[in-house]
Design a protein around this ligand. Structure first.
Ligand SMILES: Cc1cc2nc3c(=O)[nH]c(=O)nc-3n(C[C@H](O)[C@H](O)[C@H](O)COP(=O)(O)OP(=O)(O)OC[C@H]3O[C@@H](n4cnc5c(N)ncnc54)[C@H](O)[C@@H]3O)c2cc1C
Length: 401
């Protein structure tokens, strides 16, 4: 069994494969010099904490050794030959496989404007380490992109005593994934902390320490960082002739168009039967972990369909955001106001089925309700909207309904 990509998904797949009873060799190839590590701290604690958290690498390495998983860091896979069922390594040599998993993740998108090479991006530990030094010096950060990475970077830069100007091409923040009322609360919190926003902007050029807008305005700073999304890493799959559609397309078992090759995590666009018959791609720590585990089990011979309720979180200052399911699929919204600071939104489809939930505020206030929301979504529940809104009623009681 070969796994390409030793990130969150690849690491979980290796463990699951062994735990599911596969007794033969498992090799995990990763082009980075580290073993699997978590990316969420890269835009948060790793930038701001005096003692940055340790990555998970050493613990993972120990677990792999116990399970007999061979980890090959610093090893880029250059090509897959599906007909011969082998992979070719960049450094030379080839390795045969029985089943192969693509867990190649995503890479930071670059803006297609002159000078884009001057902007830093954030995907890897090395990117974060470079940013830690630059942002740690205070100064003025120009951040392009009002998505999760851009906003978490802005919060970290402010925490480090820096000044931030954030440019967003649309008219609001987090337009892809977060309901507008919650996104507006996030904007207000950043503005209160001094972040300066420019909405509806287009860039014409980037320089080492400045951006030039298409109206000719020049904004100068100390560092320019781009957080304009990520693109699935599909090059190997494309070359191997696998089906691609905003990610490596898989069925609901995470199997690609080649039955011996699976894909999972940020690189995969897979069928989530509960939500749609079209492939969907998520960039989420929890989805990467659960899909990795599912792919591992299926590669070892199980035949499990995907039943994952996607879940995502973000932290900015003291604000905690969580999204479960797919709020976009909802037609009506019910609010549950827990405190002045913490609110939840439930999104119901035309049949009254709970398809998504979003929460913003204090983690200790919202965590329990969001866990219940996730369970209700998994069960295709059609909860009474009045009960969802009634803060006097514990949400847990709806699980029994
Ligand atoms: C800065 C940052 C902050 C985040 N914060 C959050 C958060 O707060 N909450 C949340 O839910 N999610 C967050 N995420 C998203 C989450 O980390 C990702 O969804 C998750 O890491 C995806 O895991 P993956 O294994 O699919 O891909 P990755 O973790 O990207 O791993 C893929 C690996 O494959 C390697 N690879 C690619 N091609 C090859 C090749 N040809 N040969 C060998 N190796 C190869 C790559 O180098 C990489 O190491 C964040 C992501 C980033 C970047």
């Amino acid at each position: 069994m070969i796994i390409i990509g030793s990130g969150e998904a690849g690491g979980c797949a290796a463990v699951a494969l062994r735990e599911a009873g596969w007794a033969g060799p498992i090799t995990l190839f990763g082009e980075e010099r580290h073993g699997p590590y978590e990316r969420p701290p890269l835009s948060k604690e790793l930038l701001t904490d005096t003692e940055p958290p340790r990555t998970r690498t050493s613990a993972e390495a120990k677990r792999f050794a116990e399970l007999g998983v061979i980890l090959r860091p610093n090893t880029r896979v250059a090509e897959i030959s599906p007909e011969r069922k082998l992979i070719r390594l960049q450094s030379g040599g080839s390795v045969p496989y029985e089943n192969l998993l693509l867990a190649t993740g995503a890479r930071a998108r670059l803006l297609k404007v002159p000078g884009s090479e001057y902007a830093l991006t954030l995907r890897s530990f090395e990117d974060a380490w470079a940013l830690r030094h630059l942002l740690g010096a205070g100064g003025h950060a120009i951040i392009v992109g009002g998505g999760f990475i851009g906003l978490e970077l802005a919060a970290s830069a402010v925490k480090l005593g820096g000044r931030v100007t954030l440019l967003e091409s649309r008219e609001r923040l987090l337009a892809r994934a977060v309901p507008s009322a919650l996104a507006e609360r996030i904007r207000l919190e950043h503005a209160r902390r001094g972040v300066l926003f420019h909405f509806g902007t287009a860039l014409s050029r980037i320089e080492r320490r400045a951006v030039i807008l298409d109206n000719g305005e020049r904004i100068s700073g100390d560092v320019v960082v781009c957080g304009v999304g990520a693109e699935p890493e599909t090059a190997l799959a494309r070359k191997a002739g696998l089906r691609i559609d905003n990610g490596i397309v898989t069925d609901d078992r995470l199997r690609t168009s080649d039955p011996s090759i699976y894909a999972c995590g940020d690189c995969a666009a897979s069928i989530h039967p509960q939500f749609s018959d079209k492939p969907m791609r998520f960039e989420s720590w929890q989805v990467a972990r659960e899909q990795g585990a599912l792919a591992g089990r299926n590669m070892a011979g199980a035949d499990e369909r995907q039943s994952i309720v996607p879940w995502f979180w973000s932290e900015q200052y003291d604000l905690h955001l969580q999204i479960a399911g797919l709020p976009d699929l909802g037609e009506t919204m019910v609010e549950r106001i827990l405190t002045d600071e913490t609110q939840l939104q439930f999104h119901l489809d035309h049949g009254g089925r709970l398809v998504g939930a979003a929460a913003l505020g204090k983690l200790s206030d919202l965590a329990r309700d969001m866990r219940v929301a996730q369970m209700l979504i998994a069960r295709n529940a059609t909860p009474d909207p009045a009960a969802l809104a009634a803060t006097g009623r514990r949400l847990k009681t709806l699980l029994a309904a």
